[in-house]
Every structure is written in structure tokens, then in C-alpha cells.
Design a protein around this ligand. Sequence first.
Ligand code: ZN
Length: 140
Amino acid sequence: MGRTNRKYLSSSRVFGCVKCRTHLTTVDSMISRQFNGQHGRAYLFSVVVNITEGPPVERTMTTGQHVVRDIACCKCETTLGWKYDHATEQAQKYKEGKFILERALFTDVNTPSPPETNGDDGEVRDFDVSSDASEIVVMG
Ligand SMILES: [Zn+2]
């Protein structure tokens, strides 16, 4: 989508697009791992960069009515998840302006050697986040 100046993130753990490894966010921006996306587990982040946002759409989720935008990688245009524009339920307001990334669609790009992919079965190697669990603030 024309944006050539991609941001590069610096953190103990940087997450990038699983397809082209464009930097998206870091472990420091992770809010919660308690979400589910279309492809399984999804994580909530406060900041995601190098993405393009689609038009706002109303979507009914398990937690109520939301206005969300699909977000896609600015380089390879893979749809990565969505952003919350608006939450109807008061208890869900903390998600407004935050981003969901599908776990299957981003990868840890800090590893010295690229993780092996297992081909066509959709398996993505699990990166170990359990060691950071005590630092993750789960809201709501
Ligand atoms: Zn990409």
C-alpha cells in the first residue's frame, strides 16, 4: 500500500509477520493472550506498527457488539487480525484502540536462525512465552 518506510522495533522479543517477517510489535506491548481468532489463539497488543487498516465494520463477538477494522501487513498484505475501534459493553472498553494479532500469523523474529516451518499442515512452532507470563497484565 505504498508505505516504504517500515519501522523497526527493538525489544527483548520482537514479533513479525509470519510471511515476510516485517516487524509488527513486541512483547512489551502484549496485554493479553486470552483471545481467540479465526485461526485459533490470538493475542491483544497495545501497539502494532507496519499495518494497514481496513474500513470499520460492526462485528458481534462472544463479548458483545464491537466496531473493528481488519488489519493487514503493509508489505505482503496478509490479514493479521483486527483493531477494536469501539466496544459497546462497558467491561470491554479497555480494548478500544487495541489490536488483535492471530498467533498463527505472527512469529518471533528475534531468533538468530529462522524457525523451521512444517510445510502445509498449518503447524507454527510455538515460541515460549511462559517465562514472561508474570509480566503480562491481563485486564478485564
Ligand atoms: Zn507480511
